[in-house]
Design a protein around this ligand. Structure first.
Ligand code: PNS
Length: 161
């Protein structure tokens, strides 16, 4: 059986840290579905279409990666998609409590679902989308934080905010 995993997230916007985890997952599994959360309770900087388009562009060279979106509980989405594993990046210790809580809760909601953590690359240890948004909005250089192919689009969008 082919092994499919889901890499979920807000991706507002995609960072080099996300791309590192997606790339490594694509080498380990047959298929990687990058699932972008549609969260009507929050107003993201980048629309769902923009976030998906940036991810499509950033993962263009990875043939077994597909960009999808989901609404509601991740555990239910995985059940609907018949996917039994989530792959997430784990950065500094500060991530651990929250990620552990989510992994355990998701397993309670869907006992067939495993969460696999890949350790973040040392360069991405303290990198987050919120930091990219803040630096970009204030005119700082985000070249080291986002995929080169989507850098200009992210910069011009953040400047327009
Ligand atoms: O990139 P993020 O914001 O850290 O990703 C968080 C995400 C999207 C993985 C998480 O918020 C999620 O799965 N949300 C869907 C709603 C849900 O299932 N909530 C219960 C999780 S325990």
């Amino acid at each position: 059986m082919k092994k499919t995993v889901i890499c979920p997230g807000s991706f507002d916007p995609v960072t080099l840290g996300h791309l590192d985890i997606i790339t490594r997952a694509s080498r380990m599994f047959d298929k990687v579905k990058v699932a972008v959360l549609i969260n009507s309770a929050k107003t993201p900087c980048f629309s769902i279409e923009e976030r998906m388009e940036l991810l499509r562009e950033a993962t263009r060279g990875l043939e077994n990666v597909e960009i999808v979106s989901f609404e509601g509980l991740l555990a239910n989405y995985c059940r609907e998609q018949k996917v039994h594993a989530i792959v997430k990046g784990l950065r500094a210790v500060s991530d651990f409590e929250y990620e552990f809580q989510m992994a355990i809760t998701n397993k309670k909601l869907n006992p067939e679902l495993e969460t696999i953590f890949l350790t973040a690359d040392s360069d991405s240890m303290y990198l987050s989308s919120s930091m990219v948004r803040e630096i970009g909005r204030m005119g700082g250089d985000i070249r080291n934080f986002v995929p080169a192919c989507v850098h200009d689009r992210i910069v011009s969008r953040l400047k327009s905010l």
